[in-house]
Write a protein that binds this ligand. Sequence first.
Ligand SMILES: Cc1ncc(C[n+]2csc(CCOP(=O)(O)OP(=O)(O)O)c2C)c(N)n1
Ligand SMILES: [Mg+2]
Length: 552
Amino acid sequence: MPNGAQALMKTLVDAGVEVCFSNPGTSEMHFVAALDSEPRMRAILALFEGVATGAADGYARMADKPAATLLHLGCGLGNGLANLHNARKGKSPIVNIVGDHATYHTQYDAQLQSDIETVARNVSPGFVRTSATTAELCRDVVDAVRAARGYPGQVATLILPADVSWGEGAVPCPPPAPPSPAVADDAAVAAVAAAVRSGRKVALLLGGRSLREADLLVASRIAEHSGVTLLAEVFPTRMQRGAGLPAVERIAYMAEMAGVQLADIEELILVDAKAPVSFFAYPGKKSYLVPDSCNVLTLATPEQDTTASLEKLAAALGASQVQPKLQVAQRPGVPRGKLSAAKVCRAVGHLLPENAILVDEAITSGLMLSAMTAGAPRHDLITLTGGAIGQGLPNAIGAAVACPDRPVLALIGDGTAMYTIQSLWTMVREQLNVTSIIFNNASYSVLNVELERVGAQGAGPKARSQLDLSGPVLNFAQLAQAMGVHAVRVRTAEELVKAMEYAFAHPGPHLIETIVPESLGGAKRKILPYLLRAMPRLPQSVAGALKRKLAP
Ligand SMILES: Cc1ncc(C[n+]2csc(CCOP(=O)(O)OP(=O)(O)O)c2C)c(N)n1
Ligand SMILES: [Mg+2]
């Protein structure tokens, strides 16, 4: 009879959980030892828990199934929390395993004793369980896997006391049945079809799982047939786009711009998406972005099968045979001269390899990314779903592990990169095909913009210094080299293009540090709050043009 950890390992792999992103401690040593009892389990060490959890998130987004994490008690879980939060917002399935002291040890309140369940509940509201006995451990594992990969996907946290792990007499369990999500019911489809036929201005807001090819094609058929607008949620978990796929405009991050996109919509139909709200509250500005006159309907909830629900709607509308509108292939020309963030985005559009996975955590430096890559070869886009920065590099690890045959390109702000910079080490150790482009603008630039936008008064040098990374200036090429990553620092578009071509031709981890000015620096930063404030009062066509200029 295996011990608890060995049986757990077999149960996980039998259920399709084949990768574990780990950062272990003493209470997890039986789990660690059991890794060698199960050749089908791949174990990947991360040097910070936020890397492990973000990698599990990136893996889930691309593999469409959960990986496991292995974290060390409440403190390890706490370190990994921000990226579990991003996973929760992205509805990513993760089997989050947290080791604990042996059950009889907790009474002594030893040094690492803490309330793990309370920490876990924040990111795992649907499933937190402390396994009580070795005999029942594998049943708990199966329940966690079922919860994680259900609809919607979620972070399921299984807390594993050391004695439950080392106890003898465990019995592996067979895998849970695959999820069988419901399809939108007849009444919901009829109501949406009536709205589409009403002659009012209708938009389908696609989120979650509905931003993949199968759904996009059906949504485009509906759009072509009935003249509805297609919109995507602001920060998609995973969006398939590029040449040959229907193009969908994302809701803007800035509420004022999102307001312009939504201004004339009279019927908003949700597909695995929430009605749009402002990312933050701002004094005197709206939080809920749907116009008062707009009616909101739900075609498919995150619990439901979006593809089948969209197909049912298309059938009801007679749109099933309509040709979808596909994005034509077109790349921007090669950039030249001194670098700017926009030129980096142009170079990405110019060179993006076929079937790449693009991770966007470029913050202000990525403003032009969408426009520059719209007609690039088809790719998957991964974004910052929960706003907790430090997600991009770990996500890139997970995506590369899930899709070893695809190039991963991660675009990361300098501030953001420093949260989980240890990711680079794991990329080397696992020889992952990830090219990271860091935008070194020596600033938390977006926060300088936000400082103007929120209308905070009296900000002086002490305030500005909290948003400034210019002293000492970070050297990302050297940081990467110290972790074994091939890295260069570039200042011109010519150097950048050369470095990208080299990276794409030599699979494996690369880092390209780009020295760029702030996208929204100087005069632009001063004018922006005024433009944004004016937007709601401008004629729709002028406001639309302004939005396309600022954030195409
Ligand atoms: C976990 C977490 N901590 C802090 C923040 C606040 N925050 C948002 S953006 C940002 C700075 C981003 O800087 P950088 O990556 O350099 O991008 P830039 O603004 O320069 O484009 C910070 C600190 C956050 N969103 N999440
Ligand atoms: Mg920056």
